[in-house]
Design a protein around this ligand. Sequence first.
Ligand code: TRP
Length: 441
Amino acid sequence: MSTAVTRVLTGITTSGTPHLGNYAGAIRPAVEASAQPGVDAFFFLADFHALIKCADPAVVARSRMEIAATWLAAGLDTDRVTFYRQSDVPEIPELCWMLTCVTPKGLMNRAHAYKASVDANEARGTEPDDGVTMGLFSYPVLMAADILMFNAHRVPVGRDQIQHLEMARDIAQRFNHLYGRGHDVFVLPEVQIDEAVATLPGLDGRKMSKSYHNTIPLFEGGQKALKAAVAQIVTDSRLPGEPKDAEGSHLYTLYRAFSTQAQARTFKAELEAGLGWGEAKSALCDCIEAQIGPMRSHYADLMAHPDRIEEILQVGAQKARHLAVPFMERLREAVGLRQPAARTASKKVEKSARARLASFRDETGAFRQRLFSADGHELLLSEPFADPKQLNQLSRAVARMDLTMLKPDEQGRVSLAVDGQRWAYCSVESLSQVQQALAQI
Ligand code: TRP
């Protein structure tokens, strides 16, 4: 077994309604990637970010629901991934402040989003910073906090976010240098740009984007809205019977993003043989509907039960905070806001005052671990493993907090998994004690 878990994290700003382009370009590939072995995925609703773009509370509230329901309906397995709302994790804005204090202002002056606003003001002849809030100006720092809080290795984003990832690395490096005392506090995140992922054309053939008003709705408005939008896709004026240039038509590009390769080949041949655009549009609708139709009822059901969405987000927030709370304690110590817990005591006391893992062979000859609290109580017994090497790998992963906590089962037990493999169980009641102990190892 390998413990090379890759933590993949991405945020979705809750200021819009997901459209077909978001689905094919971000949601579908993210859901697929999160099901891969060795991936520990973190997806979150970036609602603090939404406040930068949108001052309408109703829009922010509605968008949060729509985005959460979309990801869930698209098949996100919330037992496996950590799916949470940014504002449920107060450690993120706390970290944001710590990072703000090490971020050079000059770095933020160079941010594209900020510079674009300044340029627009200059073109209009208004004050350079007209309409620029501190939220917009320092938004890359908040994004860095989102990423560094969970020590994400990889961050899948669109091209427009590459600069923000570079800034997150810069900020992490500065913090590591100032406070790391030889150990890196933060992992340096890598940007992940997926070239293979479909960028869908919109109704007019330009990239599908809310700002171009050329989107095709995903779930909202049902099949009717999908049909109405597809009817508006711009095509050339060739009549039924005239051969069409399939490769050059965005209708075909859209079709391919939802069909199998074989279906795409047939469709292309039909277009080249003179299929009318009207029939082609109806085939496109059927093809999209075959994939998203079954998800739509799940979406509608979730939208009708906001309490269910809320419940799922709360479980996610708990999982996220299991990592964020102890990490933030260490960060407060690192910057001098708190006294380092163990370092104040003498070496001997420190040793006995920390939680520890003990490995042993059980009566069947299998290798296991026990987790003891700082005061020596046994907190949990691991699953048996055949190979002692597995235990070493597990211990290292546990010490790095590379653990996934799964939702409680019927018996009220939470399972702790490393790289998709169950390491141990603990009861919900003892979870916080276990967590505390793990944070000390
Ligand atoms: N800024 C990102 C966007 O507009 C959303 C986002 C916020 C994000 N925090 C993040 C993406 C952290 C990746 C990681 O698309």
